[in-house]
Design a protein around this ligand. Structure first.
Ligand code: PLP
Length: 372
């Protein structure tokens, strides 16, 4: 089956290894196993447990322990309506594989992870795009959404908190999106990989799975728990949807790695400690970024409210691809061009990592920008 090139991943493959300053990363300072075990405590007990595990397939749809830990991050989910996947990328793919058929009408809200529009298209779906706008603080225009979602729309694909903009959809607005979906009985796939990283107040934004029977939430340990290397994700949705998804899943997963399942359980059971650590870190990076943006006349930033990325407008006579190529060639600073997310004149900056590097790289970027 033909599918468009995944532009963000392609950019990473080409440029990340040579970057001196990586401002494209979306994780929060990833944890080593040693760091994880020191946060969770009971180091030796946990190591003994993992070393003595038989390396069989484990629980096919994920261990009960893991699913219970995941359910604890939702208001109305339990282990029966969760299934475990290979990251959020595997979760999104499985949902679409299960629900989208040729000629289905799909509405995708962008900018977002490219899976949400390129996979439906590759399955023969008709994809209508809602483009988020900076002047709306990167929140969806509900009138426009209502116009795009026809009576025959099968699924709305979205992402909240949003990568790249860092916008968080308020509860009231999410309820209105659900009302729009209900009118056409459409599913909502909400990629919630950054859920748990709201910068202020409750770190957990409301989940679409908790407020809509046809709402499907996907997530993982990658961003919120700084454990992308576990490749551990999940889907939360009503039991009927999960049963359909599991039927597809039998053909491409069997089970995830039992070591991943074990360490993910441990991390999520200690979610308060890890999330506190991560939000403290994000706030350091966010302050560096916002201080810089407030003094740099050639950029404009809508301040992100959640997640680890910001989407910055720049004022220079170059496309975002040209800018990022030249910038990296001449200075070693890697930034992601907005064009990889279908938006020219914007750049995505990740600010959850290497704060000294972030500060220096932004200064270098400013100096470089000053020649335009
Ligand atoms: C919005 C979004 N969805 C999914 C993914 C994939 O994440 P995972 O590591 O959980 O597969 C990413 C990774 O950057 C992302 O930003």
């Amino acid at each position: 089956m033909k599918i468009d090139k995944f532009k963000v991943e392609d950019w990473f493959n080409k440029y990340e290894k040579d970057a001196l300053y990586d401002l494209a990363d979306t994780c929060v300072d990833s944890l080593s196993l040693e760091e994880l075990l020191s946060i969770t405590g009971d180091r030796q007990k946990n190591l003994d447990e993992v070393f003595n595990r038989k390396l069989n397939y484990g629980d096919i749809h994920g261990s009960r322990r893991l699913k219970q830990a995941i359910a604890s991050m939702y208001q109305h989910q339990n282990s029966e309506n969760i299934t475990i996947t290979h990251g959020t990328i595997g979760a999104n793919h499985l949902v679409m594989l299960t629900l989208i058929e040729p000629d289905d009408k799909v509405v995708s809200i962008i900018p977002t992870y490219q899976q949400h529009y390129s996979i439906p298209k590759s399955f023969g779906g008709h994809v209508n795009i809602l483009y988020l706008k900076e002047e709306n603080n990167w929140l969806p225009d509900l009138e426009e959404l209502e116009r795009l979602v026809g009576t025959d729309t099968k699924i709305i694909c979205m992402n909240n908190p949003n990568n790249p903009t860092g916008a968080v959809i308020p509860e009231e607005m999410l309820n209105k999106i659900v009302d729009i979906a209900k009118k056409s009985n459409a599913y909502i796939l909400c990629d919630e990989v950054y859920r748990g990283l709201n910068h202020e107040g409750n770190p957990f934004t409301i989940s679409v799975a908790d407020i809509y029977d046809k709402g499907i939430s996907t997530g993982s340990t990658s961003k919120v728990f700084s454990l992308a290397g576990l490749r551990l994700g999940w889907i939360a949705a009503n039991e009927d949807i999960i049963t359909q998804i599991n039927n597809q899943r039998e053909y491409n997963t069997i089970s995830v790695g039992i070591l991943d399942d074990f360490f993910a359980s441990l991390a999520i059971e200690n979610k308060d400690k890890i999330i506190k650590r991560n939000i403290e870190k994000i706030k350091i990076g966010k302050k560096i970024l916002t201080d810089w943006a407030s003094k740099e006349p050639k950029v404009h930033l809508v301040i992100p409210q959640g997640g680890t990325t910001a989407f910055i407008r720049y004022y220079a006579p170059l496309s975002s691809v040209e800018l990022c190529k030249k910038l990296q060639e001449e200075t070693g600073v890697m930034i992601l061009p907005g064009e990889t997310m279908e938006y020219d004149k914007y750049l995505r900056i990740g600010y959850g990592n290497n704060f000294e590097q972030l500060k220096t790289a932004l200064e270098i970027f400013s100096q470089w920008l000053s020649k335009f």
